[in-house]
Design a binder for this molecule. Structure first.
Ligand code: F6R
Length: 593
């Protein structure tokens, strides 16, 4: 998604802004641009494609004498990927960058067109620039106040006003923005990664707050234009990812990191097992998230229901935020998010809170909005996840559900021998390492799959939840069409898609239901499918499997299967020469709905 960064100080703005944009690259983008500001003149440079193209353009001019600037990476929403649509946008006195989506743009545009306004881009952002210019007042804070009242939707805006030579303005609603405080310099950005090289002191703007930033000061105002005092947070980022460390892609590096980060996360919570949240008071759990994080929730559902007898409903956040939700008095709403900035998940969290529900978030990024707003937060220790497709964060989130459901089962006295379970949890990182060592066998399987047009995943119960993630991983990075089905459901329609040699990957780890899944595999095989089965040591007599993982207790089995599917997707994508770390159209942090 779009990223914004701004600088005002004494240093070369170009260096800082380009570096900042590169740090924001992980969010996904298709074009980029910078506006430099000096002596009431603004110089804009934009390019379509990678930031290196913007750098090439910058090299052709002399942009080394600027100490103020705003910059942007664009992930297209309104309007195609073109130079005209790239940010910054400029109308009269105003130049701005924008992360978010203005939803009432059609009506605003119609009104402006009645006044014979003309627009050079198809973006919602240009309309905002137009309005700020139209309502320009000597006190620009009043202009911002007037215009933001007209806007519906989300925005983090970084604004230059030509007549104010030494000031930048920032305003936010439903899109994250942080201000970095330096000496004789200040910064703003979509997240701290873009500016933490220069400062450890940050101010996070809250909803509808406006910041007036000069090189020596940062004033923050609420929507009524009352100046407010903001807390400065000192944040030392963990040591940054040291590049790919010899791996050809971040995704592979992150898959291999899983045993280490799993051990770190499990140790952190197992050392204080009794302090994990007490869920015995809840009658129902809602797990709300998007994409892979929602598939983590599907695993969570089976773990809570099967092992701890607690009713659990999993909902995609983009639906949850709008649907009618029947809350029970004792409902816990669990939000799952790697980034903690996913717009729909934030909205779901706010809905739950507005309805008086208790919220618990499982998050990776500590400074994120979800981490700040949830009643309780369990942080996973994944470190920075660079590849757009999540791997290690997914695994750690599953581990958190395993721990929470174990704690609940124990608190409810459904299990007694807690020490033997905790011993299994302690052993899991090593077993995971062994699973990942099967990479060569997985590569061989990938060769069989890479030429396929469609690939199906089938499984029952928790194996189905595993299939959902396997299928998403495969399609998002290899671009092969794939679907996951409950094994018994295929014959109600989808089986008509099975042709000779259509690959069907069956996950069979649940002993009770294994014979049923095996029958479903036979059904597809007899229609020509090429089945690939993945099972556990204990079931290998029963299942003619291509890959076998160690058998572990029911809380932990998914942790040993999903990494196989991650590696499978990875190797298929390698064979297809895909852009693995940045798959087309995708963004790491989905900050618009
Ligand atoms: C898929 C993937 C996405 C994210 C989803 C939610 O590999 O990474 O489906 O899981 O966009 O993101 P977070 O977890 O940041 O809320």
């Amino acid at each position: 998604m779009c990223g914004i960064v701004g600088y005002i100080g004494k240093k070369d703005a170009k260096e800082i802004l380009i570096k900042g944009l590169k740090k924001l690259e992980y969010r996904g983008y298709d074009s980029a641009g910078i506006a430099f500001f000096k002596n009431q003149k603004v110089e804009m440079i934009k390019s379509v494609g990678k930031i290196s193209k913007l750098e090439d353009k910058l090299q052709k001019g002399d942009f080394s004498n600027y100490n103020i600037g705003i910059a942007h990476t664009r992930w297209a929403t309104h309007g195609k990927v073109t130079l005209e649509n790239a940010h910054p946008h400029q109308v009269g006195e105003i130049t701005l960058v924008h992360n978010g989506i203005i939803e009432n743009i059609e009506s605003l545009k119609n009104d402006l067109e009645k006044e014979r306004a003309t627009f050079y881009s198809q973006t919602d952002t240009e309309i905002v620039a137009y309005l700020l210019n139209k309502y320009l007042e000597p006190d620009f804070l009043k202009t911002i106040q007037k215009v933001t009242k007209l806007l519906k939707g989300s925005y983090a805006l970084g604004i230059i006003v030509k007549s104010e030579d030494s000031t930048l303005y920032v305003v936010k609603k439903d899109s994250p923005v942080v201000i970095g405080l330096g000496e004789d310099e200040n910064f703003f950005a979509s997240d701290i990664s873009a500016i933490h090289e220069y400062t450890n002191d940050f101010m996070f703007l809250d909803e509808e707050e406006i910041a007036k930033i000069t090189k020596d000061s940062v004033e923050v105002y609420n929507k009524n234009l009352e100046m407010i005092s903001k807390k400065v947070q000192t944040i030392q980022l963990e040591q940054e990812s040291l590049g790919k460390q010899g791996f050809p892609h971040y995704m592979l590096k992150e898959i291999y990191e899983q045993p280490i980060v799993l051990e770190k996360t499990l140790n952190k919570y197992m050392d204080k097992f009794s302090e994990l949240p007490d869920l015995t008071t809840y009658q129902e759990i809602h797990i709300v998230a998007c994409g892979s994080a929602m598939y983590v929730g599907m695993i969570g559902k089976y773990l809570f229901e099967e092992n701890a007898s607690l009713k659990t409903i999993v909902t995609v956040a983009s639906e949850y935020r709008y649907e009618k939700t029947i809350y029970n008095n004792e409902t816990l709403v669990i939000l799952v998010s790697q980034s903690g900035e996913t717009a729909d998940t934030i909205a779901a969290l706010r809905k739950a809170k507005e309805n008086g529900q208790t919220t618990l978030a499982i998050v990776n990024v500590k400074s994120s909005t979800i981490a700040k707003e949830a009643d309780q937060v369990l942080f996973i220790e994944a470190g920075e996840e660079v590849a757009v497709a999540t791997t290690k964060a997914y695994t750690l989130q599953v581990a958190m559900f395993a721990l929470l459901s174990l704690k609940l089962a124990y608190d409810k006295k459904l299990i007694m021998d807690i020490d033997s379970y905790l011993k299994d949890f302690k052993e899991i990182p090593n077993l995971l390492k062994k699973v990942i060592e099967q990479e060569d066998d997985i590569k061989t399987l990938a060769i069989e799959l890479a030429k396929s047009k469609d690939i199906f995943f089938i499984g029952r119960k928790i194996d189905y939840a595993i299939c959902l993630e396997g299928s998403l991983k495969l399609k998002e990075i290899s671009y092969i069409h794939s679907e996951a089905y409950q094994a018994g459901e295929l014959k109600h329609g989808t089986i008509s898609l099975i042709e000779k040699d259509t690959p069907v990957i069956a996950i069979i780890t649940d002993r009770e239901i294994a014979p049923k899944s095996i029958s479903n595999v036979e059904e597809v095989e007899s229609r020509g499918a090429k089945s690939i089965m993945i099972t556990t040591e204990k079931l290998k007599e029963l299942v003619d499997a291509s890959l076998v993982v160690p058998s572990v207790c029911q809380f932990l089995q998914p942790l040993l299967v999903v990494p196989i599917l991650q590696l499978l997707a990875y190797h298929v994508a390698v064979l297809k020469n895909c852009d693995i770390d940045k798959p087309r159209n995708l963004a790491k942090s989905v900050t618009v709905e």
